[in-house]
Design a binder for this molecule. Sequence first.
Ligand code: SAH
Length: 371
Amino acid sequence: MDKDFREEEFTEVIKFTPPLYKQRYQFVKDLVEKYKPKKVADVGCADCRLLWMLKFCSCIEVLAGLDICASVMKEKMHTLSPLPVDYLQPSERSLTVTLHHGSIAHKDPCMLGFDLVTCIELIEHLEESELKKFPEVVFGFMAPSIVVISTPNSEFNPLLPGVVLYRHPDHKFEWNQAQFQSWALDAAKCYDYSVEFTGVGHPPRGMENVGFCTQIGVFVRKYPQTGESVQSEKPPEAVYKTVFKAVYPSLKDEKYLQNAVVSEVIFTAQNIKHHLMSKHEEEEDGDDPERKSRFWPSVDYFSDYLRKLVVDQTMEPFVNGNEVYIPLVTIFSFPKVNRLCGTFEKLCKLIAGKVTLSSDGSAVVFNTEHE
Ligand code: SAH
């Protein structure tokens, strides 16, 4: 794999900061920030580094990698698995990460439906026959809204001492700017895309005419995909092998949403209860602010909030003997609970049987005796 294995060795002469591969990945990340694609496929994903970076982009819900070399993909694919923190604090978005073993020269239905397809330092590794099929598979079959393709610019090579023919022994060719642009423009024209050229890795001052070290084409589909164009052909048989799949815990999944809501309801109710109890203590101890803050350091926020909130009697928490009643409407009006549940009915549904409620179901009840 490419990891700038030689580009970075040439640092005596040309030093790229950050390293060129990171600049390429950053370029893709910026593109994701700009277009906010939900489904992204990285073709020639190698050791999944770009995919790993992309999993932190909150707009992405589906990430897929494809590589012809299963062993390089497997090396670090564990880094794409959810971490314990993802289970402790499930994200609001859903995220599925899948890795497929196969060649971009073949069509597979699992590659349909993507918004962005990235091919970073891939095409120069393709055999002539594969390169020939590439436009039809990527632009014609996958047909995402955006395709980004990066490849070495051979005009830059004389500035990289040590490069005899190509920058990497597995490269089948390296194109100059005119060659890449002519290939890209042909593909764009054939499949109704527009293309803009840019790159990363600036040439030294005074040598601007050689262009970027890595040349990049960003292709944008001209027309939205219609249902007709999607279904006009019978989908091909599956030929790729799925080697990895991770479904991240998400609040879109009712199971995780219920856990989050129950925890938040109990946390909120407990804070309100502390507020009430501290008021009781205050009344008993006189007005000793030091004592109050010593026992209930987080109460002030709730006191203020509750004061603003409790406009009618039905929302007011109260103590009855050993029991503290905190109306669900009060809990529902707290921003986080409100945002998680959306509606009051949903709140009631999610906490049913999970939190102790008053007999009419309108309030959370704590028994202070059992604490
Ligand atoms: N995109 C990565 C890796 C680039 S190296 C990066 O920027 O670091 C090119 C990768 O393409 C290799 O991992 C190689 O195994 C893969 N590759 C080569 N031919 C392929 C093909 N026909 N289909 C899919 N992947 C291919």
